[in-house]
Design a protein around this ligand. Structure first.
Ligand SMILES: *Cc1c(COP(=O)(O)O)cnc(C)c1O
Length: 359
C-alpha cells in the first residue's frame, strides 16, 4: 500500500503465478516444457545479438507474422502478436469484452488469469460451473439468453483440468452466439487436442490464442499470438498501438521464427511428452490416483485416500514442486507437469514413499 498509488490499484487482485524457486527443486508446477527449445532458436538469437540492437525491432514482426499465417493457413491480416499470450489476452479482454450490459461467459474452473483480467478491466463475468466430471457443459453456452453475452472464453484443452472439448462442441457454441466473440485459448492444443483454427472460415466470431511458452519450450522468450478475422485483428492492433507498439523485441522475433520453422524438433519433443504423459497417467492410476484424461503437458490427479495438501507439501520436502489450487471443487487435485522420463521416475519414487508412509 502507498498513498502515491492511483485509486484503482488498491482493489486489484493480481494473478498468482506458480513458484519459481531459488533453490534447486524439480519444477513440475508451471507446465514449462520438459526439454529445451530447438537449437536453431539459440542460433537465430545469437545471429541478431549484435550492434543492430540499437535499432527498434520491426514493429509489425512481418517475418514472424508471415510464418505463423502460413503454419495455420490464414491471412497475415489474421495474426496478432504479443509479449506472451497473457498480453494478447489482456488486449483481447480490452478490445472485445467491454460491451455495455453484456456479460462475459466462462467456466468457473479455468485459467485463473481470466478472473484477474475481469477485475482489472471491469468486465462483468458470469461463471458457468463445470459438470461433475469437470467437462465444460456446452448447453450453458448455447442456450438462448435475454441478453447476448459480449463474449465467451475458455481454454481448450481446459486448465487445470487438461480436458478437451470437441470441434463440434466449439462450432455449436460459435453458431449459437453469432454476435459474441468466442475466444478459445489453445495454450496446450499441440499436446493432443484439435485446434479451432479451421472453424474460423465458417465462424468469424472465433478467436484462437496460441503461445510459444508450452509446446515450443519458449516460456522465457515471451511470444504469443491471436488468430482472428481481419476486423478483430484490426481492433487488437488499435489497442496494442495505444499501449506498446513494440511488444516483441528483436531477439524474440528471431527466436520465435526459428522455433516455428523447425517442425522436426517440435514434433519429436511433443511426441516424447505425450508418451511420458500417457505412461505417467497409468503409473499414477496404479498408485490409486484418479487422473483426468489429459490432452496437455500436465496431468490433473486426485488421490483416493490421501489429502492433496499433504502430498503437495511432502513432495516439496522431497525437492519436487507440483501445483495445488486451494479452490473449491479442485482442492483435492494436484496439477503435475510432465517432465522427462527420468523426472517422472523421480516423482513416482517420491510418491511411493509418501503414500506408503500414510498406510
Ligand atoms: C500458460 C498459459 C497461458 C500464458 O502463456 P504465456 O504465453 O506464457 O503468457 C495462457 N493461457 C493458458 C491456458 C496457459 O496455460
Amino acid at each position: 500500500m502507498s498513498r502515491f498509488w492511483s485509486d484503482h490499484i488498491h482493489a486489484l487482485q493480481p494473478y498468482e503465478p506458480g513458484e519459481q524457486p531459488k533453490q534447486k527443486l524439480l519444477k513440475l508446477n508451471t507446465n514449462e516444457h520438459a526439454y529445451g527449445p530447438s537449437p536453431k532458436v539459440l542460433e537465430a538469437i545469437a545471429a541478431v545479438t549484435n550492434d543492430d540492437l540499437r535499432l527498434y525491432p520491426p514493429y509489425d514482426s512481418a517475418a514472424l507474422t508471415a510464418a505463423i499465417a502460413e503454419l495455420h493457413q490464414v491471412g497475415t491480416d489474421q495474426v496478432f502478436l504479443g509479449n506472451g499470450s497473457d498480453e494478447v489476452l489482456a488486449h483481447v479482454f480490452n478490445t472485445l469484452f467491454l460491451r455495455a450490459g453484456r456479460p462475459l461467459l466462462m467456466p468457473d474452473i479455468t485459467y485463473s488469469f481470466y478472473k484477474t483480467y475481469c477485475s482489472f478491466f471491469g468486465v462483468p463475468a458470469e461463471l458457468q460451473p463445470l459438470a461433475d466430471d469437470f467437462t465444460i457443459n456446452v448447453a450453458d453456452y448455447t442456450r438462448s439468453r435475454e441478453v447476448a453475452p459480449a463474449a465467451i472464453i475458455f481454454a481448450n484443452p481446459n486448465a487445470p483440468t487438461g480436458l478437451a472439448l470437441s470441434l463440434a462442441d466449439i462450432a455449436a457454441i460459435a453458431q449459437a452466439n453469432p454476435d459474441s466473440a468466442v475466444v478459445v485459448d489453445e495454450a496446450y492444443v499441440d499436446f493432443g487436442a484439435e485446434s479451432a483454427v479451421g472453424l474460423m472460415q465458417q465462424y468469424e466470431n472465433i478467436v484462437v490464442i496460441h503461445t510459444l511458452s508450452k509446446s515450443y519450450a519458449l516460456a522465457g522468450l515471451r511470444v504469443g499470438y491471436a488468430l482472428a478475422s481481419p476486423e478483430v485483428v484490426a481492433g487488437l492492433q488499435r489497442v496494442k498501438d495505444s499501449f506498446n507498439s513494440y511488444p516483441l523485441d528483436t531477439l524474440a522475433q528471431a527466436g520465435a521464427l526459428a522455433a516455428i520453422q523447425d517442425r522436426a524438433d517440435f514434433d519429436k519433443k511433443r511426441a516424447a511428452i505425450i508418451q511420458s504423459r500417457d505412461e505417467l497417467t497409468v503409473a499414477l492410476q496404479a498408485l490409486d490416483f484418479d487422473v483426468l484424461d489429459s490432452k496437455t503437458n500436465f496431468v490433473f490427479a486426485r488421490h483416493r485416500q490421501v489429502d492433496a495438501k499433504h502430498i503437495h507439501q511432502a513432495l516439496r520436502d522431497h525437492g519436487i514442486l507440483v501445483r495445488h489450487f486451494n479452490q473449491p471443487r479442485i482442492d483435492q487435485f494436484l496439477r503435475i507437469t510432465i517432465g522427462t522420463p527420468e523426472q517422472c521416475a523421480t516423482l513416482l519414487t517420491a510418491l511411493r514413499e509418501i503414500l506408503s508412509a500414510q498406510q
